[in-house]
Design a protein around this ligand. Sequence first.
Ligand code: G16
Length: 543
Amino acid sequence: MKRHIATQPFEGQRPGTSGLRKKVTVFQQPHYLENFVQAIFDTIGDCAHKTLVVGGDGRYYNREAIQIILRMASANGFACALVGRDGLLSTPAASCVIRKYKTDGGIVLSASHNPGGAEGDFGIKFNMPNGGPAPESFTEATYARTREITQYLTLAHEDVELGRIGTQRLGDMTIQILDPVADYAELMESLFDFDQIRALFAEGLFNICFDAMHAITGPYALEILENRLGAMPGSVINSVPLPDFGGGHPDPNLTYAHELVDLMQGANALDFGAASDGDGDRNMVLGKNFFVTPSDSLAVIAANAHLVPGYRDGIAGIARSMPTSQAADRVAEALGIPCYETPTGWKFFGNLLDAGKITLCGEESFGTGSNHVREKDGLWAVLFWLNILAVRRQSVEAIVLDHWRRYGRNVYSRHDFEGMDTDTARGIMADLTARFETIKGKSVGPYVVANADDFSYTDPIDGSESHGQGLRLIFTDGSRIVFRLSGTGTEGATLRIYLEQYLGPEADLSGDSQELLAGLIDIAYRLSEVLMRTGRGGPTVIT
Ligand code: G16
C-alpha cells in the first residue's frame, strides 16, 4: 500500500564531486536517505514506465538503503528495477547495466574510496540513462528539491529477497535480480584480447597480484583474472567484500594499498600489481619496484591503444581533469587528436564521450576509463595494461621508460592535507586567490609565473559553465602548481596540492618524483603557508 510520509528538509544535502557523501550515522537518521531519494525522483519527473538500476559497493548500510530505495521507487511509479544480487554492483558495472539494458538511469550507493563500517562513510548518486553521473544541472535541481521537500512516497511492503536471481514483484514494480559480474565480464571480453592475456599467464613466468582491498572488485577480479584469464589462484587478494572493508581504507594508492605495495618491492617482487577501490572505479598500477602515476597510465594507455582490439581502429580524442598531468596532451598531439581539459569529476567527461569527441579519459585521482561505460573503471584499466604487456612482452617499467624517452616525462605528485579545519582550508584558498591577482609575470624561485587563475570550464557540447574549479599557478616552462579543496571528503576539509614539472626526452628521466619536485613543493608550501597554518609537519598522503 502506498504511503505519503510527511518530512522536513535536512541541511547540507548538496551533492559534491560525486554524489552525496556523509557518515553512515547521518544517513541513518529517520527520513534522511528518503528525502534525498525523493528529491532524485522528483528531479527525474514522471517515473511511470521507467526502469531504474540499483546497486552499491556493499559497504555498511548498503542492504538497508536498497530496500528503502526499492520501496520508494515502486511507490513513485517505476515499472521495473534491475538490482545486483545482494545489492552489489561495482560503479562501472552499474554504468554497464544502465547502458546495456537501455534503462532510465540508476542509483549507485557508494562512498568510493572512503572508509566504511558503522562509523564510516556512505554515499548515493544518480546516474543518467547514458550510464554516467548526473551533470551539475541535475544535481543542483536535486539539491533544490531537498530544500523544499515536505513528503516522500513509500510502500508498506516486506523486504525484497536480494540474494535470489530472477524476477520478483514489489507492489506494481517488477524487480529483476541480476548476477552483478556477468554483463560486465562479457563487456571486458569484447574489448580485450583475452586469448593473448591467457597465453601470457599460461607460460607461468608472469606473476601478478590484484588487491581488491576487501571491496567490490573481489568477485569481478576473481572471475575475470583467475577464472577466465588463468592468473594463478591466489593472484587476487582481499577478494571478499566486507561492509567495513576489513577496517581498511579502500583507496588504491601507495599509502593505503600497502599490502600490495610490499609485494611489489624487493628482489622477489611480482611482475604486475594493481588495486581498486571501494566501488571498483579507481585503479593503481604497479610494476616490479615501479609505480605508474595515474597521469602517466592514461598517457601510456592512449599511446598503446592500437594494440588493444576494442581500440584498434583509433581513438577520437582524450580528456583529462585539469589537475591531471599533461602527459596525455603530448600523446594526443602526436596522434593528431584533441585533448580536453575538464574540471575534477567524472561527470564532466559524459558529454564529450556521448558526443564521440573522446574515446579515453582519466584523472590523477587514480581514475581511467573510456567510452565503453560512463564511469571510470578500475578493472578495465588493469586489463588494458595486461593486454599491452601481453603484446609488448616488456616490463611495466620498460614500457613507461620507453614512453618517457619518446614524449618526455611529466614528473607529478599530489600532496593531500586531509581532515583540516574547514575555516583554515578556506582561509588558505582565499589568501591564495588574493595573491594570484598580482603574481602574474613575477619570479618565484627559479620559475616565472605565466598565469595564475581559478579554473573555469565551459562544456564544449552544451555550453554549461563551471567556476571555482581549482587555483592554478602555471609557470613559463609549463610547470604547474594547483591548489584545490576536495569535494568528496566527509570530515573537515582536504586541501590537495598538485605539482607537475616537465622533463624533455633528452633529460635524465629517472629519479624520484619527490626529489625532482622539491623546488615546486617548497614554493607551494611557502605560498599557501600550509604547514604553519595547520601546525603539521607534512601532508597526510602523498601520491
Ligand atoms: C570522485 C570523482 C572523481 C574525482 C575524485 C576526487 O571519484 O568521480 O572525478 O577525481 O572523486 O575528487 P576530489 O578531489 O574532489 O576529492 P570517486 O572515486 O571518489 O568517485
